[in-house]
Design a protein around this ligand. Sequence first.
Ligand SMILES: [Zn+2]
Ligand SMILES: [Zn+2]
Length: 57
Amino acid sequence: MSVETLCQICEDARATHRCNRCGAMVCDRHYEREYGMCLDCASRADPAGRGGDTYQY
Ligand SMILES: [Zn+2]
Ligand SMILES: [Zn+2]
């Protein structure tokens, strides 16, 4: 039995990472390796703020 967990941000892709802050399961696109968090948490934790919708690696 395989349970696929969907990304909690886009709910479209399979979640392959877990946010260290909120524990959300997120897909590769919505995981910030640099922080080990989902993009949601990473954007809040980052004082510099990436602001807006543009996320770049
Ligand atoms: Zn996603
Ligand atoms: Zn998070």
